[in-house]
Ligand binder design. Structure first.
Ligand SMILES: NC(=O)c1ccc[n+]([C@@H]2O[C@H](COP(=O)([O-])OP(=O)(O)OC[C@H]3O[C@@H](n4cnc5c(N)ncnc54)[C@H](OP(=O)(O)O)[C@@H]3O)[C@@H](O)[C@H]2O)c1
Length: 348
């Protein structure tokens, strides 16, 4: 571990108790409980899960189903973000934002008055809209880019409501399915490069990387998280808008009429990334996107699920940065612009 903090004072606030937030919270708390049982101490933080919907008590039981179909249950402190003004909350040693990208400004408005400029805040969003937006408002900013997969079981929210005399066993249950293991990159948004090991944000990234590894995630720190975020954005941009627009599973992108559209999307995306000096992956963009489509053939992308459920999508976070960069370099994006327009108008 890079830094030992008094565990009593070591609180991690995870804001956005959705799929990724619950996965991270459940995995960290399970690891902390294991360390406490086996070693009598743990340097892992306690977790406070903050959402916008009230739960029946001040804690919930988080039931995580692992990719191996085991159920791991952890008791986790929970509160709503609009109660942050209560002085009873321990100040956090770190904050992880796990809402969708478009949720970050509203969270920040409620969060900013209650934290110091030194508090490390980590963005877990896909795309590249929340991160630069927050970087203008908070200096100690970290970003994570993950290929872990998680989703919420349909029954979530239908759990029992405990009365006042309830025991821990009666706590409201929240579920999360850890669908597939992946890889997580973590780094300071503003990194001075390899030599800048001492910055607050780089120190925080080292410590948070340790937390993630202890919680069972494959995780690496990087001095260049922005390139990682662009790479994830490129893959998301080649797949998600098409499957959301045509309401298909990822694997159907290999068939006509979609395969040529994927190729065109990748050409448009790679031209933008080239113009911005973002290095291409070794195997090339087309091969990498084909590989991801093969590996996720049966998936229904979250953007498609959002469209089907009538929820806002992350289209702005994913296509927005490509469109603004293309405009700056005078590049045309006929397919991506068309998808952006179609997905930005309410879908039926
Ligand atoms: N799921 C994955 O496998 C995965 C993988 C890699 C990256 N990501 C990225 O991680 C981010 C989160 O994705 P997700 O799948 O976890 O989304 P999600 O399941 O929709 O979770 C988002 C959570 O944020 C909460 N929220 C929204 N606004 C809030 C506010 N103002 N205050 C507190 N909580 C608020 C939502 O609460 P409500 O229930 O009230 O709406 C919901 O619980 C996205 O950027 C996504 O692209 C996800």
């Amino acid at each position: 571990m890079h830094t030992m903090t008094d565990p009593e004072d070591n609180w991690l606030w995870i804001i956005g108790p959705g799929a990724i937030g619950r996965l991270l919270a459940a995995s960290l708390m399970a690891a902390r409980q294991r360390e406490l049982r086996e070693q009598g101490a743990s340097a892992l933080p306690r977790v406070l899960l903050l959402g916008r919907q009230a739960m029946a008590g001040q804690a919930v039981m988080l039931d995580m189903t692992t990719p191996e179909s085991l159920i791991v249950s952890s008791r986790i402190n929970h509160s709503t973000i609009d109660t942050l003004q209560d002085s009873s909350f321990r100040k956090p040693s770190a904050i992880w934002l796990t809402t969708k990208a478009h949720g970050v400004p509203a969270v920040w408005q409620q969060l900013a008055p209650h934290i110091t400029p030194e508090t490390p805040v980590t963005c877990w969003q896909n795309g590249l809209s929340a991160q630069p937006w927050l970087a203008e408002r908070h200096a100690n900013l970290l970003c994570a880019s993950t290929t872990e997969g998680a989703w919420l079981p349909a029954e979530t929210g239908a759990s029992t409501t405990p009365d006042n005399g309830s025991t821990a066993d009666d706590l409201q249950h929240l579920g999360v399915q850890h669908a597939g293991r992946g890889h997580t990159w973590l780094g300071a948004w503003q990194s001075g490069g390899d030599g800048d090991h001492d910055s607050q944000s780089n120190q925080a990234a080292l410590m948070q990387g340790d937390w993630l590894k202890a919680a069972g995630f494959a995780c690496e720190q990087t001095p260049d998280i922005q390139t990682r975020l662009w790479h994830k954005l490129a893959i998301n941009a080649a797949i998600n808008p098409l499957v959301a627009r045509y309401r298909i599973r990822n694997g159907q992108l290999r068939d006509r009429p979609f395969a040529p559209m994927v190729r065109q999307a990748v050409e448009e995306i790679s031209a933008v990334l080239d113009s911005e000096g973002i290095p291409a992956p070794e195997e090339g963009w087309q091969a990498l996107v084909e590989q991801v489509i093969r590996a996720t053939a049966n998936n229904r992308a979250s953007m498609l699920q959002d469209v089907l459920a009538g929820r806002p999508t992350e289209v702005e976070a994913i296509l927005g940065p490509l469109r603004s960069t293309a405009a700056r370099h005078g590049l045309a994006l006929p397919l991506l612009d068309d998808l952006y327009r179609q997905l930005s108008t309410p879908q039926r």
